[in-house]
Ligand binder design. Structure first.
Ligand code: SAH
Length: 454
């Protein structure tokens, strides 16, 4: 994937100073844990200079989870070929100083609008193409894009969702970089890292003034934060303008998180379990409730995301915890699809709002690992109820609640899966709903409590 930035006018070779990348010392390579970034200048004349940022990503590394790639990519994935959140990370790493606007001897140039254009190849545009102009237009760009056929030999397959996007405008370089940095992941909704609280900081930092007054601000913030109501709410609360209190029904029921935690905690307590492992524990909300309850003598949390585990550890204050707490709680990185010896030996396991992040094709592996290999006496599992999405006005029929969800199940799909797994693995299952009840659509969350048959 490739991003080029072209500066036209007089003395354009100064672009090198602004980017802090010397055209005479290129190509330069940067190791970004998930792959290599290369910077070079295909064109340097007095009237026109182009800098290019090329990303070279190995899909196999991603599939192995290298470089914080949390989504557990398939071995065949599109990430090496599209301009996605990986490109945003690369921009911040390679052109970080330019993004701040600091330019030492060339400060005046850096502070001035320049005739710039950016070409972003293969931007996955998971929304109406018209949004490209509605989002970039108000920022002062003329926007053009080219969409290709998915495969020229099969015109009946239609158009690809990827476009080559060109932005042209008279803007400061730092603004161009910040716009691209924030907006790439708005169009491509598949972020490779888990969207948590620190994303709000990033958005406030890089969004700054231009986002505050943007007519499509709501769309941008919603998608940047993966429609996570609490994060979107936090963004607007911290902007402190109160203008954007959503008029539509919220994408999530307020308080649903708390109700879900209560329901899972109740089920674990009722099971009589003394030792519990929370798989996909995220930021450790359930763990902190378990910790406060004396019934649970041993508590473990696992997640595929190292940064979530760090946040869980902070939430539980493990670094300064007593020896007793230290002995009671363990956190470790693992995946629901690994046969990991460390997940064995617990009375109960909880899997809250995690399975929908797995590719459906991996559910059989998950089943084997948890129900076959770890085989705790009790398993409490929750997942969204897709039927209920009809209640959320903001979601269209084929949309999901979160950008990283790989599927959301209707009530009949969930119960079919749960019953079949229980039957295959020697468990019995009780299914219930969590949250407000709609007569027609049930509750927003569905829960299955599996008990091993004696
Ligand atoms: N259980 C927590 C977090 C749910 S969010 C809660 O209810 O608050 C989903 C979590 O699943 C994220 O923390 C994500 O990192 C994790 N996850 C995604 N795929 C995973 C996998 N294959 N194995 C383990 N955890 C995974």
């Amino acid at each position: 994937m490739l991003l080029t930035i072209t500066y036209t006018g007089r003395g354009t070779s100064d672009l090198g100073y602004l980017l802090y990348k010397n055209p005479n010392r290129c190509p330069q390579a940067f190791d970004l844990t998930f792959g290599m970034a290369h910077v070079f200048y295909p064109e340097v004349t007095d009237g026109r200079t182009t800098a290019a940022l090329l990303l070279d990503i190995d899909p196999l590394d991603l599939a192995k989870g290298k470089g914080g790639a949390e989504g557990l990519f398939d071995y065949v994935n599109d990430r090496p070929y599209v301009s996605s959140s990986f490109m945003s990370v690369a921009i911040a790493k390679v052109f970080g100083t330019a993004m701040t606007g600091r330019a030492d001897a060339h400060q005046e140039l850096s502070d001035s609008p320049l005739e710039l254009s950016a070409e972003i190849t293969m931007l996955p545009c998971n929304t109406d193409f018209a949004m490209l102009a509605r989002v970039f237009g108000p920022l002062g760009y003329s926007v053009s894009f080219e969409a290709r056929a998915l495969d020229e030999s099969f015109p009946e397959w239609g158009e690809s969702r990827c476009v080559d996007l060109t932005l042209r405008g008279s803007v400061r370089l730092r603004d161009l970089l910040r716009h691209i940095y924030v907006l790439l992941p708005v169009f491509d909704r598949h972020k490779h890292y888990w969207v948590g609280d620190d994303e709000v900081d990033k958005l406030l930092r890089s969004g700054g003034e231009w986002l505050e007054t943007h007519p499509e601000r709501k769309f941008i913030v919603d998608r940047y934060l993966h429609r996570q109501r609490d994060l979107v709410g936090e963004y607007f609360a911290r902007l402190n303008d109160g203008l954007e209190e959503p008029e539509e029904k919220p994408a999530r029921e307020p308080g649903l998180n708390a109700k879900r935690l209560d329901a899972v905690l109740d089920a674990l307590k009722a099971s009589g379990a003394r030792t519990v492992i929370d798989l996909g524990c995220g930021e450790g909300r359930l763990l902190s409730l378990l910790l406060r309850d004396g019934q649970f003598a041993k508590i473990a949390g696992t997640d595929v995301s190292q940064s979530s585990l760090k946040r869980a550890s902070d939430r539980l204050r493990l670094e300064t915890a007593s020896e007793r707490t230290d002995e009671r709680v363990t956190l470790f990185q693992s995946s629901l699809t690994y046969k990991d010896r460390r997940i064995q030996g617990y009375d109960a396991a909880s899997v809250m709002e995690v399975i929908e992040h797995l590719d459906a094709a991996r559910l059989n592996v998950f089943e084997r690992v948890l129900f076959g290999y770890a085989k705790p006496r009790v398993i409490v599992l929750t997942t969204p109820n897709r039927d209920y999405n009809a209640v959320y006005e903001k979601l269209t029929a084929d949309e999901m609640r979160h950008g990283d969800h790989r599927f959301e199940w209707t009530r009949s799909e969930f119960s079919a899966w749960a019953e079949a797994v229980a039957a295959r693995r020697g468990y019995k299952v009780a299914i219930s709903g969590i949250g407000d009840v709609s007569a027609e659509y049930g509750s927003p969350t569905q829960m299955g409590v599996f008990e091993l048959c004696e």
